[in-house]
Design a protein around this ligand. Structure first.
Ligand SMILES: [Fe+2]
Length: 196
């Protein structure tokens, strides 16, 4: 259990672990996606004037939120998933938590953010289904993860422009994403983010 690391040590461990896990050419996109989500979530937290500790936790959460994809190779597949594949894919958040808890961090806020980052804020969709409210960190991670997934090439979905991605976040506010957080993310994009 990784309970003796500081957040800074966990960040270094997470970066090493990503490189060690995803070594094949078609797996490298997980590393670049995770690093972009980490940076985007941190920049968004800075924009929201959240405290530095939260910024660091979000950066770490971004790095490790997709670790669980290592054990489910189907994310590499082209085209739509079958129902069985979807179920498997839906388990990757918990897999990420398990791996991170074992090797990288036991920080509760980080664990909750990773675990809930694919839930719908309405409670009526996404995974895993839980009754409690999503934390702010999970809401931020969820938006940054979705935005990056939409705007960069992934094997199982076509790429979207920045404007299309923001429109989709806007369309899904109140169901998949927290409406206040989505509006802030759009403001943040317009104000400071270069879309890279
Ligand atoms: Fe992701």
């Amino acid at each position: 259990m990784a309970d003796c690391f500081t957040l800074e040590e966990s960040i270094i461990k997470a970066q090493d672990f990503l490189e060690k896990l995803f070594t094949l050419e078609d797996e490298k996109s997980v590393i670049s996606h995770s690093k972009r989500v980490a940076l985007l979530a941190k920049k968004f937290a800075i924009y929201l004037e959240m405290e530095e500790l939260v910024q660091t936790k979000l950066y770490l959460a971004g790095l490790i939120h997709d670790l669980g994809k290592y054990s489910i190779q189907i994310w590499k597949k082209d085209g739509a998933f079958t129902t069985k594949e979807k179920e498997k894919m839906n388990g990757h958040s918990q897999e990420s938590v398990n791996l991170a808890y074992e090797k990288i961090t036991t920080n509760f806020d980080v664990m909750m953010a990773i675990r809930d980052s694919h839930r719908f804020v309405s409670g009526n969709g996404g995974y895993p289904r839980l009754l409690r409210e999503m934390t702010e960190m999970a809401q931020i991670l969820s938006i940054c993860d979705a935005y990056d997934a939409m705007t960069h090439r992934r094997t199982y979905q076509p790429i979207k422009t920045k404007i299309q991605a923001l429109q989709e976040l806007n369309d899904k506010q109140g169901t998949q994403f927290d409406p206040v957080m989505v509006q802030k993310f759009i403001e943040f994009n317009n104000a400071s983010f270069d879309g890279a």
